[in-house]
Structure formats: structure tokens, C-alpha cells
Design a protein around this ligand. Structure first.
Ligand SMILES: O=C1CCCN[C@@H]1CCCn1cnc2ccccc2c1=O
Length: 485
């Protein structure tokens, strides 16, 4: 039938797969871990891209495009960053019938592709800052459970790679980009995220420090890294000899950042807002914000109803609202309601004989089902107002649910209990890596180990003498912990 076979609370994994397919965002592909992004998903990606691309252009970042193929020499150049990732690198070994002399890697990320050329292009201090970004795909041949948008062997992202004369400039940009990622999640996807710093164990090994925006999925009790903004320090500058003659005539190495968000954002949005009727789209990223549906009754002025639907679409479209009418003759209004609810369209407008007679329309909200009759005289401002209310309500509900999952703990027992209850745990930590490894070891199991998610920039009060939850040593900071994707 039309509806879902699984409910979000009873069978989250099956529910998710069904929603992304039935809403026509994803088509499963015949290669494991690869998915077809259909227009209903691609339109969300494009709306975010328009915002983010415009914002980085204000920051004087320029777009470019580097090859997808990586020569083995440079890929292996960065020893400690590549070692952990090597199993994920996909290689081209043949063309046609013949083997390639030297296998060629497919980019899993582009530091090693780009930085030999940064070394060539950056000569003097006038060549700085160099700020490039590319919108592209990357390939990581992962083996852990593939999930559309969340974990796939190929995904779309943007990767920014910048180089500065000073650490101060790099530090500043890291946080400017992180704020853009917060806006992507909170202003567009209506998802609350926490800005913070990754631990030494969880950070990008090739960098100096990693900041991230962290989201949380209440249904699975798992944290998920939403986007990352790394300061690479001078590590890659040393490796790839990216230096310049500074204004004192000395040779100096550049300070670099790299930052990315990916199509994973779309999966988080599905998981957070979706319900048992299917996808729920935040209006800001909805390709279609209003669907207008005629509700003819016997022969009561059917043409008048269809004309009113068309006129309503025109009025809303002229006001910049993304609206369409579903005038298909061979589907009932009820079928259409279910279909567009499954696709997550924020508002439905119904026009029947009574609405026509009263020069009004009935508006139904997808997020909470509220029905409101509004006069066609005030149509645009009322619909705009309702779209804003849907956007805000989705954020407020998601934030309330996420906050309800946060558990502040002081001891190991409280930590273990909260973990079992699928909580997002805030705990005082001594900031020792050995202790972090110990937490992973002690929580290993079929649900996956707990790990540190981030140390939030907004630190609660840490009373003198507070002990680390895991080691009992003097705590230095509050850190979020939990199972994760
Ligand atoms: O996050 C980002 C932001 C954008 C640019 N790259 C950084 C760091 C990527 C870390 N990473 C992640 N998976 C990998 C997989 C295979 C080889 C290398 C890597 C790898 O370096």
C-alpha cells in the first residue's frame, strides 16, 4: 500500500531505508554502498550549495577542480595520516584489457592531490592567502554497514583548502567556516548542532586540531559528525614544502586549513525530522514548499476548482514560494495527500467546493497536521508565515528532543547507565588519551564502542576538584561522549 511498512520507533533502520526510497530521494544501486541521488535529494543539496557557495565567495574563496585520480607517490607521502585510511582507498589497476603500469588511486580527499601544486604556486607572501574550494565526489571503500547519505562508498561534498601566512588567520577562518556549517544545520536543515573541538585521538591525524559541528539521532542514541573544519598547522606545508619568502626575506612555511560538509547532511535531516508518514522537509530546503490539491465533489463546479488551484499556484509562485498543483485526474485527493506527505512537502493546500464558495483555501501543515482555513485575499503573507512557523517548529522540536537525551554524568556507573539508555553524555574528563582509549575498550560491544564526540566550546562551570568520570583524575574539561555513526 501507500504507507510505510515500518515505524520509526520500532524499526529505525528499515524505516529509514523505506523513507529515502518512497520519498523518491534515493534509488538503490547494484553496487553495494552506492546510491542514486534522485532529483528530490539533489534539489536539497543544490539549495544548500547556493547558500554555502555564496558565503565562501564573500570570504574570497575561489572554486577550482582537481583530478579525481591520485598518483600513489603523493598519496603515501603523508605517512601517519594515510596509514589508518589506506584500506579505504580505491585503485584503478586496468584500462581495457591491459594492466596499468602503476595503479592510480581515486581521491578519498584531496590534500595530497592539491598540495604539490600549492607548493608550486605559493612563492612569495603576495601569493597568500590562497583559498580554494571544490565541489566534487570522493570515494572511500568502506566496509561497515552502508547507509544512504550517512555512509556510502561515494559521496558529494565540498572541500575547502586554504593557506595563510599566519596561524592567527588560519585559526580565524576555521571558526568562520564552522559557523557556516552551524547555519547549514540550524537555519536550513532545522537541526541543532554543537560546536566543539575533537580530541587528539578523534581529530584528523594529519592536522593540528579539528573542530566540528556534532548532531545527535535520538532514535538510535548515536552522535554524528555533521561537518569538520580542521587547522592543519604547518604539517602539510612541511611535507609538501609549501613555503614562501616572507616580507623579511626569510623562508617561511604556510599555515593551512581544510574543511568539508557532504551529502551526509541530507541523511541527518531525514533521521531527525522524518515520521511514520515519511519524509518531513524543512521549508528552507524543500524543492516544493506547497502542493495545491483540488477536491472536486460530484459535478460541483470542477472547472472552477481547477482554475482556483492554478491561480493559487501562480499567486504563490509570483511571491517566490515554491508551489505546484497536483491536477492528475487518475488519483484521488486522499491518495495525493499520502503521496505528498511521504515526500515531506511542508504545506498542503486543499480547494473544494466550499472553499471556492468562500474564496478561501484549507492549509494543512506536514510537521504537526494543523489545518487552517485562510482567505485567498491574504494568501501569500499567511502561507509565508506558516512556512516560517514550520521551519521554526521543526528546529524547536528537534532541539527539545536532543536536549532531553543529554545526560550529565560524574561517575563511570552513571556513564555506563546513560550509555545503555541511548543518551548523549556530557562528562568531566581529565583529557588524557589513554583514558579515552580505555573508555572505548570498556564499552566495546555489538552496538559499537562509546567515543568522545567533541569538547564543546561552550563549557559549563567545572567546580574545583571535579574528578574525571573514567579515571578519577582531576577533570580538565566537559566533553560529550556517546556511540556514533
Ligand atoms: O575532513 C576533511 C575536510 C576536507 C579535506 N580533508 C579533510 C581530512 C580527510 C581525512 N581523511 C578521511 N578519509 C580518508 C580516506 C582515505 C585516505 C585519506 C583519508 C583522509 O585523509
Amino acid at each position: 500500500g501507500l504507507g510505510l511498512s515500518f515505524t520509526k520507533d520500532e524499526n529505525f533502520g528499515e524505516w529509514y531505508s523505506e523513507v529515502v526510497v518512497n520519498s523518491e530521494m534515493i534509488e538503490y544501486y547494484d553496487i553495494s554502498g552506492c546510491y542514486i541521488l534522485r532529483p528530490w535529494a539533489m534539489s536539497i543539496w543544490e539549495i544548500m550549495q547556493i547558500f554555502f557557495d555564496a558565503e565562501i565567495k564573500k570570504m574570497k574563496v575561489k572554486n577550482c577542480y582537481f583530478p579525481v585520480f591520485v598518483s600513489p607517490g603523493v598519496l603515501q607521502k603523508e605517512k601517519d595520516h594515510i596509514e589508518g585510511f589506506a584500506p579505504e582507498v580505491a585503485w584503478v589497476t586496468k584500462s581495457g584489457e591491459s594492466d596499468l603500469e602503476v595503479p592510480i588511486a581515486i581521491r578519498p580527499t584531496s590534500e595530497t592531490v592539491m598540495y604539490p601544486y600549492y607548493s608550486k604556486w605559493i612563492r612569495g607572501h603576495r601569493d597568500l592567502p590562497l583559498k580554494l574550494n571544490q565541489w566534487c565526489n570522493v570515494v572511500r571503500w568502506e566496509f561497515s554497514n552502508p547507509t544512504p547519505f550517512i555512509r556510502s562508498r561515494e559521496f558529494l561534498w565540498q572541500e575547502g583548502h586554504t593557506a595563510f601566512a599566519t596561524k592567527e588567520e588560519a585559526d580565524t577562518e576555521v571558526l568562520q567556516i564552522l559557523e557556516l556549517y552551524r547555519r547549514i544545520y540550524e537555519e536550513f536543515l532545522a537541526i541543532p548542532v554543537t560546536k566543539g573541538r575533537k580530541s587528539e585521538l578523534e581529530k584528523f591525524a594529519g592536522g593540528l586540531y579539528t573542530t566540528s559541528v556534532e548532531a545527535f539521532i535520538p532514535n538510535t542514541g548515536r552522535g554524528i559528525q555533521g561537518a569538520t573544519s580542521h587547522c592543519l598547522g604547518q604539517n602539510f606545508a612541511k611535507m609538501f614544502e609549501i613555503n614562501y619568502e616572507n616580507d623579511k626575506g626569510e623562508k617561511a612555511m604556510v599555515w593551512q586549513n581544510s574543511w568539508a560538509y557532504s551529502t551526509r547532511t541530507i541523511g541527518v535531516m531525514v533521521m531527525v525530522h522524518g515520521d511514520n508518514k515519511g519524509l518531513v522537509l524543512p521549508p528552507k530546503v524543500a524543492a516544493l514548499q506547497v502542493i495545491v490539491i483540488p477536491v472536486p465533489y460530484k459535478d460541483a463546479n470542477t472547472q472552477g476548482i481547477f482554475d482556483a488551484c492554478a491561480a493559487t499556484v501562480e499567486t504563490l509562485s509570483d511571491a517566490g514560494i515554491r508551489a505546484e498543483a497536483d491536477l492528475r485526474e487518475n488519483y484521488s485527493p486522499g491518495w495525493k495527500y499520502s503521496n505528498w506527505e511521504m515526500k515531506g512537502v511542508p504545506l498542503r493546500i486543499e480547494i473544494g467546493p466550499r472553499d471556492l464558495a468562500n474564496n478561501q483555501v484549507r492549509v494543512v501543515r506536514r510537521d504537526n497536521g494543523d489545518k487552517t482555513d485562510i482567505s485567498r485575499v491574504f494568501l501569500v503573507e499567511q502561507v509565508k508565515g506558516m512556512l516560517d512557523k514550520v521551519q521554526q517548529n521543526l528546529f524547536d522540536v528537534a532541539k527539545q528532543k536532543r536536549d532531553a537525551c543529554i545526560e550529565v554524568v560524574k561517575t563511570w556507573d552513571e556513564f555506563a547507565k546513560a550509555l545503555g539508555q541511548k543518551k548523549l553524555i556530557l562528562a568531566p574528563w581529565c583529557d588524557e588519551e589513554e583514558v579515552e582509549k580505555d573508555v572505548k575498550a570498556r564499552t566495546k560491544g555489538e552496538m559499537g564502542a562509546a567515543k568522545s564526540l567533541c569538547t564543546p566550546f561552550e563549557q559549563p562551570e567545572l567546580p574545583e576538584g571535579t574528578k574525571c568520570f573514567a579515571s578519577g583524575k582531576p577533570a580538565k574539561k566537559w566533553t560529550y561522549w556517546g556511540r556514533s555513526y
